[in-house]
Design a protein around this ligand. Structure first.
Ligand SMILES: Nc1ncnc2c1ncn2[C@@H]1O[C@H](COP(=O)(O)OP(=O)(O)OP(=O)(O)O)[C@@H](O)[C@H]1O
Ligand SMILES: [Mg+2]
Length: 483
């Protein structure tokens, strides 16, 4: 650096007259009769809420030790927002780069331009902003002479916050410039804090919104299912309950007819005609079979109703031992109509490879939601097309969902749900658990299914929910929870 215009004396009185031009006797001295004290600085700056720093770190970069000393003398007693200033010293660009890297919380750099090279200071600016991506630290260039680094082009090309000639810096001016830089650094910190608080709040809000929407969706589905189940349940019970009595009556009547036939083998003509018209022998043989099939039909309805009720237990808040397979079965039952073939799609086969599972402690309604979300996604994917089954070793050419359950490490249960749909690209796979992420057309997907499933498995059940998928290779979700 050029020191032609400096007069840094070793004597204490002279020490304030730094960077002074010969004609300017007040340079770097107190501008207002020695009142440029810390007090005046502190008074000028009302005590605002504490920033996130305990001290203001200032890095002085200059190859002239006298500049360091003079700067310290000028600033050492200053405080800002009741926090002291502390100084780091670099005597070259290289040293400055090292210090800023190790002290990323530096608030301000007073930076010389010409040091080991003519543009060492500018290189430091470049390094800080583009390599360290530190855009918070305030940088004041202090050049020795106007010609050293042309102000206009430096301000234009480098992200610096102020440009001062050493010759123009009086003590008061230095203090002013430093304090205003610290203030803007403090403001940046506050804005950054507020930004991250806002981002957190936004994330939280999105999560809550997602949960509310999904909860609403599932609760309406659950309520509808519960309602339908209830409505079907009552008439089914009439039928099922009366079936037993009807069958007993029917057996009695058949017995009576047989007894008549034994004792009156040749009945009167009218009875014979009626018996022929109703094909009595066939009727007597077929009637018990009809009752059998009616019984099994009503039993099936009862089973379906039970499944629907099982699925709709969404509001059951407590954790209890549950048969996982019955949850999967109920969900499949609700999705049954979507698995069947129609004029656009072939039938979707479901291969079940259920292991021997004990009852698993879980929130049954919530876990059923997870099955529902994963299975509906698999159906959606299979309706788009099928691919070679690449995620698992098997290959199925028809649209297929394979559900496999097993015990892992004694205390965990794994539920694998795989499909041979078209799979996902890497970038889709990365985002599937994000709330509102969907690749489905507007109106057909909310993008909530998997984010909710994730929070149910991971947060509510302390388990893991993972997915493997690749384009053209299908998809597999694994739910991993403790027994
Ligand atoms: N089995 C799958 N195969 C291919 N892509 C899938 C599969 N499962 C999920 N995805 C992708 O993940 C995205 C997010 O799924 P998610 O269930 O969260 O939302 P969605 O199905 O789009 O909407 P909805 O809220 O109605 O469930 C889907 O849009 C889809 O791109
Ligand atoms: Mg979905």
């Amino acid at each position: 650096m050029s020191s032609e215009n400096q007069r840094v004396s070793n004597s204490e009185t002279d020490a304030f007259f730094v960077f002074a031009d010969n004609n300017d006797t007040f340079i770097f001295a107190d501008d207002n009769g020695g009142q440029a004290s810390n007090d005046s600085v502190s008074q000028a700056v009302p005590n605002s809420p504490p920033a996130t720093v305990a001290v203001w770190k200032i890095l002085i970069v200059d190859d002239d030790v006298l500049v360091h000393r003079a700067t310290i003398l000028a600033l050492e007693d200053c405080t800002f927002e009741s926090k002291p200033l502390t100084f780091l010293h670099a005597h070259s660009g290289t040293e400055a780069k090292y210090l800023i890297q190790t002290h990323p919380d530096t608030a301000l750099i007073l930076l010389d331009v010409v040091m080991e090279t003519d543009d060492a200071g500018l290189q430091v600016v470049q390094y800080i902003r583009t390599e360290l991506h530190n855009h918070k630290v305030r940088i004041i260039l202090r050049t020795g002479q106007p010609g050293e680094a042309p102000e206009a082009s430096v301000i234009l090309n480098y992200d610096i916050n102020d440009y001062r000639l050493k010759t123009e810096l009086t003590r008061q001016k230095l203090i002013t410039v430093v304090i205003s830089s610290l203030r803007s650094y403090g403001n940046i910190l506050k804005i950054e804090n507020q930004n991250s608080e806002l981002t957190l709040a936004l994330d939280h809000l999105q999560q809550t919104q997602a949960q509310l929407i999904q909860a609403e969706k599932m609760s309406s589905l659950g309520q509808m299912v519960a309602g339908v189940a209830h409505e079907i349940n009552n008439p089914t019970n009439f039928i099922y309950g009366n079936l037993f009595h009807t069958e007993t009556y029917m057996q009695g009547l058949l017995k009576l007819i047989k007894t008549y036939q034994e004792h009156y083998p040749t009945p009167v003509q009218a009875i014979q005609t009626t018996a022929e018209s109703i094909d009595l022998p066939f009727l007597m043989e077929d009637l018990p079979k009809l009752f059998d099939s009616m019984r099994s039909g009503t039993e099936r309805i009862k089973h379906i109703v039970e499944s629907l009720r099982n699925f709709s237990r969404l509001d059951e808040a407590e954790i209890k031992p549950v048969d996982i397979h019955s949850g999967i079965e109920s969900t499949l039952l609700i999705l049954q109509h979507r698995l069947q073939a129609n004029d656009k799609h072939p039938e979707i086969a479901v291969i079940k490879e259920y292991g021997q599972l004990p009852l698993v402690n879980c929130y049954v309604g919530a876990l059923n939601q997870v099955f529902m979300n994963i299975l509906s996604n698999a159906i959606d994917a299979l309706k788009m097309g099928t691919s070679k089954w690449g995620i698992t070793s098997e290959t199925f050419s028809l649209p297929t969902i394979r559900i496999r359950t097993e015990i892992a490490d004694v205390d965990r249960v794994l539920i694998r749900i795989a499909d041979n749909g078209l799979g996902m690209s890497e970038s889709t796979l990365k985002r599937i658990f994000n709330p509102f992420f969907t690749t489905k057309p507007v109106g057909s997907g909310t993008g909530l299914g998997l984010s909710i499933s994730y929070s149910i498995v991971v947060e509510q059940h302390r388990g893991h929910l993972t997915c493997s998928s690749a384009p053209g290779k299908g998809t597999e979700f694994v739910i991993d929870i403790f027994i």
